[in-house]
Design a binder for this molecule. Structure first.
Ligand code: GDP
Length: 304
């Protein structure tokens, strides 16, 4: 229900654009395909993924010799769900962590302003609700505001936070956080990191060092490298995904601000293009406004 609320704008927009694209047409022809291509691109599905979808529809039209426009909706749903299947099992509905990894370590990356801190706070809240013991690490030491903001969330959720003063070594904060988590017998560790994209080599070096130091405390960590992207920024989100996947091995995505955008299509394009599953979606500023991404619900909401 919240998802429906959250994706209302995407839904209205995609569905109405799609209806306009087929208006007055009974069968899928080149005009309809051209219109559909435009609808997908303007919904931020991204050019590559759009072309992939168009090709698949074209192939089905060619094979069946005919496709009615009233069928298009159903077929498009299948194709989009199919694309998402390549990266998502689609069955996840709850916030959980694997039991055999303790503490389970999540390193969160992303540029400033995308909703990184908020997502960490919301996630911590969800895990805490489940009875899990959470520790936060303020390894974005570049900005004082980042440390303060994470502290605000730690207080709100009532979970411990490990921090040092601004300008200290992020790897040292990560080390302290994991050490503390192990000592406290914590279940989940969430580490915030700085997202300065203007210096890619620095970013890569910093993330690599943070990871290396973490592994001194808990082997094979981080278990998850979660990239947070702002779903309302379209092409910027694609560009950031490109840069971060070059800088480090991103294993999952959180797409935020899907409540405030008419362009939920970014979820489809980014998970397809980078072959990384979207694990969470942010649908508001509140503590409860984070959802585990479910591809079936997503496709339903997207189409209305
Ligand atoms: P950070 O700089 O990446 O850590 O970003 P913040 O977590 O501080 O978030 C930046 C702004 O985006 C804040 O005003 C948040 O309340 C807002 N925000 C974060 N996630 C969402 C979301 O899912 N929906 C909406 N509408 N706002 C969000």
């Amino acid at each position: 229900e919240t998802l429906d609320k959250g994706l209302e704008k995407s839904k209205t927009s995609f569905f109405s654009k799609l209806s306009k694209a087929v208006a007055g047409k009974s069968k899928v022809d080149d005009d309809v395909l051209d219109n559909l291509e435009e609808v997908l691109v303007t919904s931020d599905v991204g050019v590559n993924t759009t072309l992939k979808i168009i090709d698949r529809i074209e192939a089905r039209v060619a094979k069946d010799k005919y496709m009615g426009t009233e069928e298009l909706n159903t077929i498009l749903r299948q194709e989009i769900a199919g694309l998402l299947s390549e990266t998502h099992s689609g069955e996840e509905t709850e916030f959980t962590v694997p039991q055999n990894k303790k503490p389970y370590v999540i390193m969160v990356v992303g540029v400033n302003g995308v909703g990184k801190t908020t997502t960490i706070g919301k996630l911590a809240h969800q895990y805490k609700q489940k009875g899990l013991k959470v520790v936060l690490g303020a390894a974005d030491t570049f900005r004082a505001a980042a440390i303060d903001q994470l502290q605000v969330w730690a207080d709100r959720v009532e979970v411990p936070i490990i921090k040092q003063k601004m300008g200290s070594d992020p790897a040292s904060v990560a080390f302290d956080t994991l050490s503390s988590a192990v000592k406290q017998d914590a279940d989940v560790v969430i580490i915030d990191t700085a997202g300065r994209l203007h210096n890619k080599v620095n970013l890569m070096n910093e993330l690599t060092k943070v990871k290396r130091v973490m592994q001194k405390v808990v082997e094979d960590t981080p278990h998850d490298v979660l990239l947070v992207l702002d779903g309302s920024t379209g092409q910027n989100a694609f560009e950031q995904a490109k840069q971060f996947t070059k800088a480090t091995e991103v294993t999952s995505l959180a797409v935020t601000k899907l409540d405030g955008t008419a362009k939920g299509g970014v979820v489809i394009g980014i998970s397809d293009q980078f072959q990384i599953p979207v694990k969470y979606i942010g649908v508001g500023e509140g503590i409860e406004d984070l959802q585990v991404f479910n591809k079936y619900e997503f496709v339903d909401s997207f189409f209305g």
